[in-house]
Design a protein around this ligand. Structure first.
Ligand code: AKG
Ligand code: FE2
Length: 293
């Protein structure tokens, strides 16, 4: 057995830093096994100092934490290995400005992808962090009274960003798609791979809890969000060039505060897995131009 990497927990509930990965050599099977187990147990893996990491290596990691050998998908159908970028500077960059409330990508689809990874390709300081919470931990720690109110209710999730009562107006990025897409899932949803129960609602994408009057639905969601996004449950990553974060897109939600187009360069290369997950995705969103952002 040749394991070359070391693991260090980032928080008690989720997240592990992986130390000692040498990305100049192909990932060995024993290291891949360790990463796969840590990914399912901890939900998020952080690597630092992976300078000049090829997109192909990022894709290989994203696939192998799922036990797949096929490379992941780098975001657009015409991608030739160059990659897809979340960027406030690159032409065509995704989510170029604004704030993103907590979400799991494609929560509005029937089969959201499983792995999301972002790599700090070009990052000037100070950089807006990405914040994370564990929906698995949130369910495990949900008070009994709230669990009983959730019961076997289902929630409706939709494209776009929901504006909640306590949101500051103006800074939320509004992704625009021609077709609104929705999905319905149990609020207490069983993770298809790990079997853990997830508190599967999000500030950004959950529209309502099915079968409740509007105010009742919003009141229950507010209580669930207060638990899910309590400050002690949030872990934020301060980006530096060469950082790679890979996470379970179903078990872990992510968010970021306001990014500005006139701010420091923030270009993160995004790779997801498995690639078939994008088959039922509608066209990519466009982003309205907002002066000064
Ligand atoms: O910019 C960020 O920190 C997160 C962007 C995001 O939501 C994503 O890449 O899915
Ligand atoms: Fe996202």
């Amino acid at each position: 057995v040749t394991v070359t990497i070391e693991l260090r927990d980032l928080t008690p509930a989720f997240g592990t830093e992986v130390v000692g990965l040498d990305a100049n050599v192909p990932l060995g099977d024993d290291d891949a096994q360790v990463l796969r187990a840590a990914f399912d147990e901890r939900g998020l893996l952080l690597f630092r100092g992976l300078h000049d990491l090829p997109a192909s290596y990022q894709a290989d990691l994203a696939s192998r934490v799922l036990g797949l050998v096929d490379a992941g998908f780098t975001g657009s159908t015409d991608d030739d290995g160059g990659g897809y970028f979340v960027s406030n500077k690159r032409p065509g960059g995704g989510a170029p400005y604004g704030r993103l409330l907590f979400h799991s990508d494609m929560m509005w689809g029937d089969h959201p992808f499983q792995v999301l990874s972002l790599y700090g390709l070009e990052v000037e300081q100070p950089s807006v962090p990405t914040s994370f919470v564990s929906a698995a931990d949130a369910w495990d720690t949900l008070p009994d009274g709230l669990r009983a109110r959730v019961g076997d209710r289902e929630a409706i999730h939709a494209t776009g960003q929901q504006m909640r009562a306590d949101e500051a107006e103006g800074e939320l990025l509004q992704p625009q798609r021609e077709r609104v897409q929705t999905a319905r899932k149990p609020v207490a949803w069983t993770h298809p791979r790990t079997g853990r129960t997830l508190l599967y609602v999000s500030q950004m994408m959950t529209r309502e809890i099915d079968g409740l009057a509007a105010e009742e639905s919003e009141a229950l969601l507010s209580e669930l969000f207060a638990h899910l996004y309590a400050p002690e449950r949030v872990w934020s990553h301060d980006w530096h060039q060469g950082d790679l974060v890979l996470w379970d897109n179903l078990a872990i939600q992510h968010a970021r505060s306001d990014v500005r187009v006139d701010g420091p360069v923030r270009t993160l290369r995004k790779v997801i897995a498995p690639k078939q997950a994008l088959a039922d995705r509608p066209e990519a969103p466009t982003f309205a131009k907002v002066a000064g952002r």
